[in-house]
Every structure is written in C-alpha cells, then in structure tokens.
Design a protein around this ligand. Structure first.
Ligand code: HEC
Ligand code: HEC
Ligand code: HEC
Ligand code: HEC
Ligand code: HEC
Length: 236
C-alpha cells in the first residue's frame, strides 16, 4: 500500500524537473503492481479516482477476500498516531460492533452478570474466524490470532479503563439499571482503535475526565432516586 501514494506523488511532480527527484520518478506509463489482495483493493480504488493510472493485479492477488473494509479497519486499528494503546492484534470495534453489528454482549457477556466486563477469549474469536477463507491470513492480525489459538495462549490485551484498587465498580448493576455502555465508554462502535474517550463538560463548564470521582458522582446525583452517593457505595 505504500508504493501507490509514492508513485502518485511522483507523477504529480512530473514536468517540474529537478535533478535528484527525477531519479525517483517512475516513467510515465509504468504500472503499479499489487503485492497483496489488500494492495489490489487500494490500487483499484485509486484507479477509479484517477483513470490514467496504470495498475497491474497479479492473478494470485485478484481475489475478493479479505474485503477492502477489513484491510482498511485492520490498518486503522494499528495506527500508531491514533489515540489509545497499541494492542497485540489490530482489532476494530467499528468493523465488528459497527459495520457488522455484533452485539457488545456477544464478546463482553459478563457485563450483565458480573462486576467486571471482561474481554472475549480466543475461542470466542475463533468461533467466527475458523470459518473464514484462508485468504484472510493475509491480514497480520488474523495470523496472530490463529497463532494464539494453535499455541493455546490467551491474547494479552492492554487494559484501557482501570480504577484504583480502593474503588468498586459493578458493570452488572449499571447494566440492570439500563445505563448504556456508550454513556461511559463513548461511541465504541465508531472507533477502529479504542481509547479512553473524554466526557463532555458538566454543569460549571469544567471538563470531565472519565474515571474521576466527580464523573461517577455527577451521574449518581442525576439518578438520585436510584444511584447512591454514599461513600461506601464506591469505597470499601
Ligand atoms: C461474530 C463473529 C466474529 C467474532 C466473534 C470475531 N470476529 Fe473478527 N471479524 C468478523 C467479521 C465479519 C470480519 C470482517 C470480514 C470482512 O469485512 O470481510 C472480521 C474481521 C476481523 C479482522 C480484520 C479487520 C478488523 O476488524 O480489524 C481482525 C483482525 C479480526 N476480525 C480479529 C478478531 C478477534 C481478535 C476477535 C476476538 C476478540 C474477533 N475477530 C472476533 C467476525 C467476527
Ligand atoms: C467481536 C468481539 C467484540 C465485540 C462485539 C465488542 N467488543 Fe469490546 N472489546 C473486544 C476486545 C478484543 C477488546 C480488547 C481490545 C481493545 O481494547 O480493542 C475490547 C475492549 C473493549 C473496551 C475497553 C476495555 C478496557 O481495556 O478498558 C470497551 C470499553 C469495550 N470493548 C466496549 C465494547 C462495547 C460498548 C461494545 C458494543 C458496542 C463492544 N465492546 C463490542 C471485543 C469485542
Ligand atoms: C457507568 C459506567 C459504565 C458503563 C455503563 C459501562 N462501563 Fe465498562 N467500564 C467502566 C469502568 C469504570 C471500567 C473500569 C473498571 C475497573 O477498573 O474496575 C470499565 C471497564 C470495562 C472493560 C474493561 C475490562 C473490565 O472488565 O474491567 C470493558 C471490556 C468494558 N468496561 C465494557 C463495557 C460494556 C460492553 C458495557 C455495556 C454492556 C459497559 N462496559 C458499560 C464503566 C462503565
Ligand atoms: C452514566 C451514569 C453513571 C455513571 C457515570 C456511574 N454510575 Fe454507578 N450507577 C448508576 C446507576 C443508575 C446506578 C443504580 C443501579 C442500581 O443499583 O439500580 C448505579 C449504581 C452503582 C453501584 C451499585 C450501588 C449498589 O447499591 O450496589 C456502584 C458500586 C456504582 N454505581 C459505582 C460507580 C462508579 C465507581 C462510577 C465511576 C467509575 C460510576 N458508578 C459511574 C449510574 C452511573
Ligand atoms: C459513585 C462512586 C463514588 C462515590 C459515591 C464516592 N467516591 Fe470517592 N472516589 C471514586 C472514584 C472513582 C475515585 C478514584 C478517582 C481518581 O482516581 O481520580 C475516588 C477517589 C476518592 C479519594 C481519593 C482521592 C484522591 O485524590 O486520591 C477519596 C479520599 C475519596 N474518593 C473519598 C470519598 C468520600 C469521602 C466519599 C463520600 C462523601 C466518596 N469518596 C464517594 C468514586 C466514588
């Protein structure tokens, strides 16, 4: 996928001249050759934008899978510049929970019954991914997933939301009270790479940091008929 933008930039500077740059400029008419299915998707897309582009898709990369959307979201989930920690696998919530509308509960089934939400096991992932065409192995994240499966090793996800030890939080109580995941975690189904989404501003225009006591207490106050403000609700 890197070759394409470089070549585009080169053709844009065509005719401008200039000694050194010229060496890097591809001669007009030279084809951009795809080196993978994902690159082939990208080149076709670029050609649709700029029909003068010459592209070449070798037959082994002319397949449909992995889909362009899967290639793209895997790349975005591993974008080092985007906020949030780098995870061991580029897993996209936007692709799974947004585009494919997989229910949060399917992977975080604890949320309705236990204090901790938990992350899905490798078995849960493979329940779907074992059925995928082998061509999906082109995506590095899928290869890493399958490697964990073969070696029976859990995936060491980086935890993002973490309260201090002396605070108790119960997912199940909030779930039962009908508090949406998104009201605490932001628009998860729109994010390729997950991060701690800051809250808006409350009453006095003070920006609210997620997981601070004021943030919890403010919502409990708004729900005063249901949620307690007693110190011992949250502190042992
Ligand atoms: C309910 C089925 C299902 C489960 C469970 C599931 N996936 Fe997926 N996964 C999909 C589908 C569907 C796609 C997209 C295929 C496409 O767009 O062509 C996908 C795509 C991906 C991709 C490439 C695009 C992206 O989103 O990054 C990766 C990597 C991936 N899954 C990893 C995982 C991991 C890791 C788990 C477990 C934590 C998991 N999947 C669980 C169905 C599932
Ligand atoms: C296909 C499985 C899957 C689905 C569906 C899914 N998640 Fe996740 N979720 C994961 C995995 C894997 C992680 C750990 C990797 C990461 O943080 O991206 C995770 C992490 C999270 C985290 C961060 C946990 C932390 O470390 O603090 C939150 C919050 C979260 N998910 C919320 C949601 C919500 C809300 C939905 C529904 C809109 C949802 N998830 C749907 C698999 C899934
Ligand atoms: C009232 C706010 C709130 C709601 C609603 C909420 N969460 Fe959380 N979530 C948190 C907090 C706070 C943490 C950190 C917990 C800790 O460190 O003990 C957390 C942690 C997590 C984690 C990290 C793993 C874990 O078990 O701690 C996941 C995954 C997660 N939430 C998913 C979800 C999903 C899915 C939903 C909806 C079904 C949801 N959350 C609803 C506040 C919330
Ligand atoms: C978006 C609103 C909202 C936020 C934010 C919120 N809560 Fe709650 N919380 C509620 C509601 C509503 C209930 C009432 C549930 C019930 O018991 O019926 C509740 C109940 C609880 C309970 C259970 C009380 C009991 O009687 O067992 C605990 C513990 C708790 N919250 C801790 C926290 C902590 C800690 C935070 C911050 C990290 C937090 N909550 C953030 C809405 C919220
Ligand atoms: C709805 C949940 C909730 C309630 C109710 C609550 N707290 Fe907290 N408290 C928290 C959370 C979450 C933190 C961790 C905040 C952080 O790390 O910024 C915290 C942190 C603290 C700290 C440490 C602050 C620091 O800066 O290190 C003290 C002290 C404290 N709470 C006292 C109280 C007292 C006293 C009450 C009763 C008047 C109370 N809390 C009620 C959630 C709550």
């Amino acid at each position: 996928m890197i070759i394409a933008p470089v070549a585009l930039a080169a053709s844009a500077s065509e005719g401008v001249g200039g000694g050194e740059e010229h060496a890097a400029t591809a001669p007009t008419g030279e084809s951009l050759v795809a080196g993978s299915v994902c690159e082939a998707h990208e080149l076709r897309f670029q050609q649709a934008e700029d029909p003068s582009l010459h592209i070449e898709i070798p037959p082994e990369f002319a397949g449909q899978w992995p889909s362009r959307a899967a290639c793209e979201s895997a790349q975005l989930a591993w974008d080092a510049e985007a906020p949030g920690p780098m995870q061991p696998i580029p897993f996209s919530h936007k692709h799974h929970a947004g585009d494919f509308q997989i229910d949060c509960q399917y992977c975080h089934s604890n949320t309705s019954e236990a204090p901790a939400a938990g992350v899905p096991s490798v078995e849960v992932c493979m329940g779907c991914h074992a059925q995928f065409p082998a061509a999906y192995d082109e995506i590095e994240g899928i290869r890493i997933l399958k490697q964990h499966w073969e070696e029976k090793k859990p995936i060491e996800w980086e935890q993002i939301h973490r309260l201090p030890e002396y605070v108790q939080f119960k997912h199940n109580r909030h779930f039962q009270a009908g508090v949406e995941c998104q009201s605490c975690h932001g628009p998860v189904e729109k994010l390729d790479k997950l991060h701690l989404v800051p809250d808006g501003h409350w009453k006095y225009g003070v920006p609210v940091k997620k997981l601070e006591m004021g943030w919890c207490v403010e919502c409990h106050r708004q729900n005063d008929n249901q949620a307690s403000l007693d110190c011992l609700t949250c502190h042992y």
